[in-house]
Write a protein that binds this ligand. Structure first.
Ligand code: KIV
Ligand code: NA
Length: 276
């Protein structure tokens, strides 16, 4: 399994880091088979596999439940788990307790937290000191969608761009092992990537980041209605799944499934001895 030092080396050598979300055993297993460097158990699972309209309803128990399944599916891949909405904003003690639970119960390799507020920076250094690696996440931070006023690109003007650069440096100083940059202009992502020693992982942040992350279901077009501009679908399993299910439905209705080759039979001797 690659670790924090490998990711630093990859940045230094200009070797891109690949990351994808996974929320369950099969998606984790297939991601590992595809040689993904890091898996994110993202709280986007709330929208992607639980059908919520944001990540805000996702709970600690949801994250633990899904992360355990991912761990079972990808035992040799570095796994980052999102701390969910409001699990790290009530008090430092509660945040540390929730982080401990998430890290210990899921056997994650790192936790991810959104933002760069004073409390998040303090939590990052406290967790790092305690032995829990932290991945940071700035730019579009979906847990704050109601404060940001929608899912929109961040850091387009001078003030907000400079703010994001300051945040990125503060995050590195607080001990984070990597930084996710979501929905920022590619030029800004390049500046931040050059300024930092820790790897940047982009999503909707252009090609200059040290790595890229996408949502599993977006990459394979699985159960997704609409793909955002920054997503590229590399295959389309929606169609093959719906087609497969339709043929199954038709064959059952017609009585052609199951045929003999998909059925069990008993010996005629036994059958003739059965008394009614
Ligand atoms: O939850 C998630 O999928 C994420 C990525 C978009 C970075 O946080
Ligand atoms: Na997330």
């Amino acid at each position: 399994m690659k670790n924090r030092m490998d990711f630093l080396k990859m940045k230094d050598n200009g070797e891109k880091i690949t990351m994808v979300t996974a929320y369950d055993y099969p998606s984790a297993k297939m991601s590992e088979q595809a040689n993904i460097d890091m898996i994110l158990v993202g709280d986007s699972l709330g929208m992607v596999v639980l059908g919520y309209d944001s990540t805000i309803k996702v709970t600690m128990d949801d994250m633990i439940h899904h992360a355990k399944a991912v761990k079972r599916g990808a035992t040799n891949t570095f796994i980052v788990v999102d701390m969910p909405f409001m699990s790290y904003h009530v008090s430092l003690a509660d945040s540390l307790y929730n982080a401990k639970r998430l890290f210990q119960e899921t056997s994650a390799n790192a936790l991810k937290i959104e933002g760069a507020s004073e409390e998040v920076l303090t939590l990052t250094s406290r967790l790092t000191a305690a032995g829990i690696p932290v991945v940071a996440h700035i730019g579009l931070t979906p847990q704050s969608v109601n404060v940001l006023g929608g899912y929109r690109i961040q850091g387009k003007d001078k003030e907000t761009a400079e703010q994001l650069i300051r945040e990125a440096k503060a995050i590195q100083n607080s001990g984070a092992i990597a930084l996710v940059l979501e929905c920022v202009p590619m030029e800004l992502a390049q500046i931040i990537t050059n300024e930092l020693d820790i790897p940047t992982i982009g999503i909707g942040a252009g090609n200059h980041c040290d790595g890229q992350v996408l949502v599993y279901h977006d990459v394979v077009n699985y159960g997704v209605d609409r793909l955002p501009k920054f997503v590229k679908a590399y295959t389309d399993i929606n169609n093959s799944i719906v087609n497969g299910l339709q043929v199954y439905v038709n064959e059952v209705k017609e009585g052609t499934f199951p045929d003999e080759s998909h059925s069990f039979s008993m010996s005629p001797n036994v059958l003739s001895e059965i008394k009614l």
